[in-house]
Each structure stands twice: as structure tokens, then as C-alpha cells.
Design a protein around this ligand. Structure first.
Ligand code: B1M
Length: 212
């Protein structure tokens, strides 16, 4: 088994120490950080998601896998951010109210910072009020939202509606993402953009920043 497959396996088994050790081994070598992320950490988490869906594993296993994933992500973060040239623009980010999934949102934040975009990350379980208030307070022209639960997706619509209610339409743009979200949903709720993964989110945010 190659090291990337071993990293994926260690995420699946929730072995954070092993993930850290293997990630350290690869950093600085021929494997690019983005590949360690995609082909090791995320590949492992995808298997966890499938197994959880089919009731082959349970919530504590998923929590351990998330902790293991962070053990690798924490090491990769400075490398993914490294290339950044600060102040291309400012984005307020958050996982929406009721939703505690923050791994994907954190990845998007890291990649945005890597692209030289300033990120005000409000964390998870963030209300529409908090998101819009932060955009106002920090003069941020873009709000990025993540949702991993079908039950929390409607909160994204609330944010778009709040922007409209406060007369900020056109001034504050929105981008949505997360596993259950898609382009059609983004259009339906009136969001300005949809990002299917972290790299795509960077491209879409850059486009939004140019337009503001
Ligand atoms: Co939960 N969970 N979880 N979970 N969990 C899912 C989402 C689920 C699909 C699992 C399943 O059934 N197969 C399911 C949702 C089903 C549904 O809504 N239809 C589910 C469930 C049911 C739950 C609970 C309700 C379980 C329970 O309590 N019974 C509960 C809910 C808690 C809550 O939020 N209120 C729960 C809890 C948890 C943990 C806390 C244990 C843990 C989260 C830990 C954490 O985030 N700190 C967890 C995890 C880890 C998962 C899975 C396995 C993995 C999610 C993940 O991190 N993926 C997930 C299954 C899955 O998604 N396959 C699952 C890796 C991450 C890199 O991908 O977040 O999709 P993702 O982000 C991607 C893209 O989506 C995109 O870029 C990222 C990088 O490519 N993206 C954006 C994300 N945000 C973006 C924003 C953008 C643009 C792109 O613009 C701003």
C-alpha cells in the first residue's frame, strides 16, 4: 500500500497519530500538499461517509475520523496557505446555523487564504444575522456558506433574504457549497455562486470579488 493509501486508511480507522506521522513523511517530498489532501485525507473521509451511510460504522467512528483528518490538515495548512499574496479581497465564511460540519468549510478557508484572500471565519453553527453583521462590520463584499445537512440548506436562503432585506443586494455577494448543495439549489435561492470543491470555490470567489 502506498503512503497516500495508508493515510486514507488511517483516517478511516481514526488513527490520528498515524495520520500525523505519515503526513509528516510526505511533506517536503515529491507528493504535492494538494495530493496529500485529496488522495490521502479526503479519500479516507469519503470512505467514512459511505460506511456511515450504510450503517457499517457509527458516530463515534466518524468523530475519530474527523480528528484524524484534522491531524493531517493542521500540518498541511501552512503549506496550502504559503503561496498567498494578502489583500486580494475579503470574505466572511461560516457553516450555517444548526450545522456542525466544518472540515470542508475550513478547507475552503485555507485555500482562499492560499489565494491571497482575507478570510473572516465565523466557525460553525452561524446564524444569518451573524453572517450579514460580520460582512457589514468588516466591509466584506462576499459571504461564503457551507452546509452538509439537507436540513440546514434552507438557512442559506435566509442569508440571501436577509441581504436583500437590509438593502445589500449587489453589494454583498454570496457563495454556497457543501456536499448536498448544487448549482441548481444556488440558483433557486438566489445565491451568486456555487463552489463544488475548495479549488473551485477559490475561482468563484475571485470572480465575485472582481465584480464587486
Ligand atoms: Co455528519 N453527516 N452528521 N458528521 N458527516 C454527513 C454530512 C452525512 C452525509 C453522512 C451520511 O449519512 N452519509 C449525513 C447528512 C445526511 C443528510 O443531511 N442528508 C450526516 C449526518 C446525518 C450527521 C448527524 C445528523 C449524525 C447524527 O447525529 N445522527 C450529525 C449532525 C450534527 C450537526 O451538524 N448538527 C453529524 C455529525 C458529524 C460529526 C460531528 C461526527 C462529523 C463532523 C466533524 C466536523 O466537521 N468537525 C461528521 C462527518 C465527518 C460527516 C461526513 C462523514 C464527512 C463530512 C466531511 O467532513 N467531508 C459526512 C459524509 C459525507 O459528506 N460524505 C457526514 C470531507 C469534506 C472535505 O468534504 O464538507 O463536502 P465537504 O466539503 C467539500 C465540498 O463540499 C466543498 O469543498 C470541500 C472540499 O472539497 N465545500 C464548499 C464545502 N463547503 C463549501 C463552501 C463553499 C464552496 C465549496 O463556498 C463557500
Amino acid at each position: 500500500m502506498d503512503t497516500l493509501a495508508q493515510i486514507a486508511n488511517a483516517v478511516i480507522t481514526g488513527d490520528d497519530e498515524r495520520v500525523e506521522e505519515l503526513t509528516r513523511q510526505l511533506i517536503g517530498g515529491a507528493t504535492p500538499p494538494a495530493s496529500i489532501l485529496d488522495d490521502g485525507l479526503i479519500a479516507g473521509m469519503n470512505v467514512v461517509g459511505e460506511r456511515f451511510k450504510h450503517h457499517e460504522i457509527f458516530l463515534p467512528d466518524v468523530l475519530l475520523a474527523a480528528k484524524a483528518m484534522y491531524a493531517g490538515m493542521d500540518l498541511l495548512k501552512p503549506l496550502l496557505v504559503e503561496a498567498g499574496i494578502p489583500s486580494m479581497g475579503r470574505v466572511v465564511m461560516g457553516t450555517v446555523r444548526g450545522d456542525l460540519h466544518d472540515i470542508g468549510k475550513n478547507l475552503v478557508s485555507i485555500m482562499l487564504q492560499g489565494a491571497g484572500i482575507e478570510v473572516i471565519d465565523l466557525g460553525r453553527d452561524v446564524s444569518p444575522e451573524q453572517l450579514v453583521e460580520a460582512a457589514n462590520a468588516h466591509d466584506a463584499p462576499v459571504i461564503g456558506m457551507s452546509a452538509l445537512l439537507t436540513t440546514t440548506m434552507p438557512v442559506m436562503r435566509e442569508v440571501v433574504e436577509r441581504i436583500d432585506k437590509e438593502g445589500l443586494t449587489g453589494k454583498v455577494k454570496t457563495i454556497v457549497g457543501g456536499a448536498p448543495v448544487n448549482e441548481a439549489f444556488a440558483r433557486e435561492i438566489g445565491a451568486d455562486a456555487y463552489g463544488y470543491d475548495a479549488a473551485n470555490a477559490v475561482d468563484r470567489v475571485k470572480q465575485l470579488l472582481v465584480k464587486t
